[in-house]
Write a protein that binds this ligand. Structure first.
Ligand SMILES: NC(=O)c1ccc[n+]([C@@H]2O[C@H](COP(=O)([O-])OP(=O)(O)OC[C@H]3O[C@@H](n4cnc5c(N)ncnc54)[C@H](O)[C@@H]3O)[C@@H](O)[C@H]2O)c1
Length: 85
Protein backbone atom coordinates (compact mmCIF):
# COMPACT_ATOMS: atom_id res chain seq x y z
CA UNK A 1 0.00 0.00 0.00
CA UNK A 2 1.46 3.37 -1.01
CA UNK A 3 0.59 6.70 0.54
CA UNK A 4 1.11 9.97 -1.33
CA UNK A 5 2.49 12.66 0.98
CA UNK A 6 2.27 16.14 -0.49
CA UNK A 7 4.64 18.62 1.09
CA UNK A 8 6.80 15.69 2.15
CA UNK A 9 9.97 17.77 1.99
CA UNK A 10 8.58 20.04 4.70
CA UNK A 11 8.44 19.73 8.46
CA UNK A 12 5.19 17.83 9.03
CA UNK A 13 5.32 15.91 5.75
CA UNK A 14 8.83 14.58 6.37
CA UNK A 15 7.83 13.33 9.83
CA UNK A 16 4.69 11.75 8.36
CA UNK A 17 6.77 10.03 5.66
CA UNK A 18 9.11 8.63 8.29
CA UNK A 19 6.22 7.37 10.44
CA UNK A 20 4.50 5.80 7.44
CA UNK A 21 7.72 4.06 6.43
CA UNK A 22 8.22 2.73 9.94
CA UNK A 23 4.61 1.46 9.90
CA UNK A 24 5.33 -0.50 6.73
CA UNK A 25 3.68 1.70 4.14
CA UNK A 26 5.22 2.65 0.83
CA UNK A 27 5.69 6.38 0.58
CA UNK A 28 5.53 8.68 -2.43
CA UNK A 29 6.46 12.31 -1.82
CA UNK A 30 5.34 15.22 -3.99
CA UNK A 31 6.87 18.60 -3.17
CA UNK A 32 7.85 21.58 -5.29
CA UNK A 33 10.67 22.50 -2.86
CA UNK A 34 9.41 26.08 -2.68
CA UNK A 35 9.91 25.90 1.08
CA UNK A 36 11.01 22.31 1.64
CA UNK A 37 14.39 20.65 1.43
CA UNK A 38 15.16 17.62 -0.70
CA UNK A 39 17.46 16.22 2.01
CA UNK A 40 14.37 15.85 4.23
CA UNK A 41 13.01 13.28 1.76
CA UNK A 42 14.60 10.12 3.07
CA UNK A 43 11.67 7.74 2.80
CA UNK A 44 10.01 6.66 -0.42
CA UNK A 45 9.96 7.91 -3.97
CA UNK A 46 10.34 11.65 -4.56
CA UNK A 47 8.66 13.70 -7.25
CA UNK A 48 9.61 17.35 -7.49
CA UNK A 49 6.54 19.20 -8.67
CA UNK A 50 3.42 21.14 -7.86
CA UNK A 51 0.19 19.75 -6.42
CA UNK A 52 -1.60 21.76 -9.13
CA UNK A 53 0.17 19.89 -11.94
CA UNK A 54 -2.58 17.55 -13.21
CA UNK A 55 -0.28 15.74 -15.65
CA UNK A 56 2.23 14.96 -12.91
CA UNK A 57 -0.54 13.74 -10.59
CA UNK A 58 -1.84 11.49 -13.38
CA UNK A 59 1.67 10.07 -13.81
CA UNK A 60 2.00 9.44 -10.07
CA UNK A 61 -1.41 7.78 -9.82
CA UNK A 62 -0.75 5.54 -12.81
CA UNK A 63 2.80 4.63 -11.74
CA UNK A 64 1.94 3.89 -8.10
CA UNK A 65 -0.97 2.19 -6.36
CA UNK A 66 -1.89 5.13 -4.17
CA UNK A 67 -4.31 4.16 -1.40
CA UNK A 68 -4.45 7.48 0.39
CA UNK A 69 -3.19 11.03 0.16
CA UNK A 70 -1.85 12.99 3.13
CA UNK A 71 -1.86 16.63 2.11
CA UNK A 72 0.72 18.81 3.84
CA UNK A 73 1.77 20.99 0.92
CA UNK A 74 1.22 24.56 2.02
CA UNK A 75 2.67 28.02 2.06
CA UNK A 76 3.20 28.42 5.77
CA UNK A 77 3.77 31.53 7.82
CA UNK A 78 7.45 30.88 8.18
CA UNK A 79 8.08 31.88 4.57
CA UNK A 80 6.11 35.09 5.02
CA UNK A 81 8.21 35.82 8.07
CA UNK A 82 11.40 35.14 6.10
CA UNK A 83 10.37 37.85 3.68
CA UNK A 84 9.11 40.45 6.11
CA UNK A 85 10.74 39.97 9.51
N1 LIG B 1 4.48 22.84 11.67
C1 LIG B 1 3.50 22.80 12.58
O1 LIG B 1 3.74 22.81 13.81
C2 LIG B 1 2.06 22.68 12.13
C3 LIG B 1 1.06 22.54 13.10
C4 LIG B 1 -0.26 22.43 12.70
C5 LIG B 1 -0.59 22.43 11.35
N2 LIG B 1 0.40 22.55 10.43
C6 LIG B 1 0.01 22.57 9.02
O2 LIG B 1 0.66 21.50 8.34
C7 LIG B 1 0.92 21.90 6.99
C8 LIG B 1 2.42 21.76 6.70
O3 LIG B 1 3.14 22.59 7.60
P1 LIG B 1 4.73 22.50 7.70
O4 LIG B 1 5.12 23.13 9.00
O5 LIG B 1 5.19 21.11 7.40
O6 LIG B 1 5.18 23.48 6.51
P2 LIG B 1 6.51 23.42 5.60
O7 LIG B 1 6.65 24.75 4.98
O8 LIG B 1 7.65 22.88 6.38
O9 LIG B 1 6.11 22.34 4.51
C9 LIG B 1 5.22 22.63 3.45
C10 LIG B 1 5.79 21.97 2.22
O10 LIG B 1 4.87 22.17 1.15
C11 LIG B 1 5.63 22.40 -0.03
N3 LIG B 1 4.76 23.07 -1.00
C12 LIG B 1 4.22 24.34 -0.91
N4 LIG B 1 3.44 24.59 -1.94
C13 LIG B 1 3.46 23.47 -2.72
C14 LIG B 1 2.83 23.13 -3.96
N5 LIG B 1 2.01 24.00 -4.59
N6 LIG B 1 3.07 21.92 -4.48
C15 LIG B 1 3.90 21.05 -3.85
N7 LIG B 1 4.52 21.31 -2.69
C16 LIG B 1 4.30 22.51 -2.12
C17 LIG B 1 6.83 23.22 0.43
O11 LIG B 1 7.92 23.14 -0.46
C18 LIG B 1 7.14 22.56 1.78
O12 LIG B 1 8.09 21.51 1.65
C19 LIG B 1 0.41 23.34 6.86
O13 LIG B 1 -0.90 23.32 6.36
C20 LIG B 1 0.43 23.84 8.29
O14 LIG B 1 -0.51 24.89 8.50
C21 LIG B 1 1.71 22.67 10.79
Amino acid sequence: MEILVTGGAGYVGAHAAKALNEAGYGVVVLDNLSQGHQEFVRWGTFYKGDVGDAALLRKIFTTHEISAVMHFAALTGRRVCDRTC
